[in-house]
Design a protein around this ligand. Structure first.
Ligand code: NAD
Ligand code: DAU
Length: 338
């Protein structure tokens, strides 16, 4: 059984990934997570109850802590997901994004240099490529980096750092760049859970600008399978794009959410656009298909239906993450302060 360190394993994608890994029976997972507002041990409660997952509470920017985790757990690989991930927050305040996404990644890379056999999978985003026009070809792995938001710029910077450590220090790393994920346990600041909960609670659904921006939606399970394929079969130094071939306008997604929740279309509210809002993302994932044997399996309409159903059935989870109640539980339970 492989021992794998997953940074950011208590967040949205991380917790889905850790669950998939543990359930496969092929991995022993060590989660390293700072438990920011976006990270939550409740996302991992079922997994942590078993004996195939350990948890280390700490910050990837803390070099001594990172070194100590590697020494104590001896993982064979690292799946690096820890990040500040929300574009709107990066527009309001960019510094935490540079701190965690750039400096935190640098700390991990420096630590990994002491373990030449260790594989490092850097989980990045299609946002590093910038924006597409309506008739542009989808992003490929060789599309030039052209980030728009401070979030995307911090991820692009971390990608370049990883590439420099591959070349300079022979670190065994691969980079993955994925489109918009959806699924259970996504913090309700992001589009799909936010719109779903607002619809259920009869609150306005804030559509930025004209709502005709296009995103390519991929179920989180498909992204997680891609990350594991990159871990197992990726070529050192390679970049792999993952996408769902599921381009939809935000307006179309809101209509689907309204239809399933039964909420009134009157809740749709057009608000001031996001600054420098990327108009369209689309991914060409041919390389992942050819080299990793990866392709998306979840069809968007079905995946969206089951995701909205999950939020409808797990209202306590949403209430608790929004109010920070799980934080309080953790602090009391573990006699610590986050
Ligand atoms: P998330 O915000 O839900 O989770 C991030 C996790 O990282 C949280 O558990 C948080 O506590 C932890 N974290 C943050 N700062 C930390 C630090 N300094 N030290 C240790 N842990 C820290 O994010 P997500 O949506 O699950 O995204 C995970 C990764 O995937 C990110 O790197 C993101 O850039 C990338 N990604 C996300 C998407 C998407 O659609 N959500 C798409 C492509 C790529
Ligand atoms: O493409 C991958 C990226 O997808 C990831 O790297 C990011 O971590 C992830 O947050 C996501 O970024 P987006 O900015 O595309 O996701 P978000 O959920 O914030 O917004 C999706 C679209 O919906 C976008 O066009 C902005 C719009 N939107 C968003 C919010 C929160 C609204 O219209 N209203 C809203 O209230």
């Amino acid at each position: 059984m492989q021992r794998v360190l997953v940074t950011g394993g208590a967040g949205f994608i991380g917790s889905n990934l850790v669950r998939m890994m543990v359930e496969s029976g092929r991995y022993h997972v060590v989660v390293l997570d700072a438990l920011t507002y976006a990270g939550n041990l409740a996302n991992l409660a079922d997994v942590l109850a078993g004996d195939r997952c350990d948890f280390e509470h700490g910050n990837i920017c803390d070099a001594a802590f990172v070194r100590s985790v590697l020494q104590r757990h001896s993982p064979t690989s690292i799946l690096h997901l820890a990040a500040e991930s929300h574009v709107d927050r990066s527009i309001a305040s960019a510094a935490p994004f540079v701190e965690t996404n750039v400096m935190g990644t640098l700390v991990l890379l420096e630590a990994v240099r002491a373990y030449p056999q260790m594989r490092f999978v850097h989980v990045s985003t299609d946002e590093v490529y910038g924006t597409l026009g309506p008739d542009d070809a989808p992003f490929t792995e060789t599309t030039p980096l052209d980030p728009t938001s401070p979030y995307a710029a911090s991820k692009a910077a971390s990608d370049l750092l990883v590439q420099s450590f591959i070349r300079t220090h022979s670190v065994d790393a691969v980079i993955t760049r994925c489109s918009n994920n959806y699924g259970p346990f996504q913090f309700p600041e992001k589009f799909i859970p936010l719109m779903t909960l607002n619809a259920l609670e009869g609150r306005p659904l804030p559509i930025y600008g004209d709502g005709l921006q296009v995103r390519d939606w991929l179920h989180v399970d498909d992204h997680c399978r891609g990350i594991l394929a990159a871990l197992e079969r990726g070529t050192t130094g390679s970049v792999y794009n993952f996408g769902g071939y599921g381009e939809r306008t935000n307006e179309e997604m809101v209509s689907a959410i309204l239809a399933q929740t039964g909420a009134s279309a009157d809740l749709k509210t057009y608000v001031t656009d996001r600054k420098a809002h990327d108009r369209r993302y689309a991914i060409n994932a041919d390389k992942a298909r050819h080299e990793l044997g990866w392709a998306p399996e979840r069809e968007l309409e079905e995946g969206l239906r089951s995701t909205i159903a999950w939020y409808m059935q797990n209202r306590a989870w949403s209430d608790n993450v929004r109010t920070g109640a799980y934080r309080t539980y953790y602090e009391t339970h573990y006699n610590t302060t986050l």
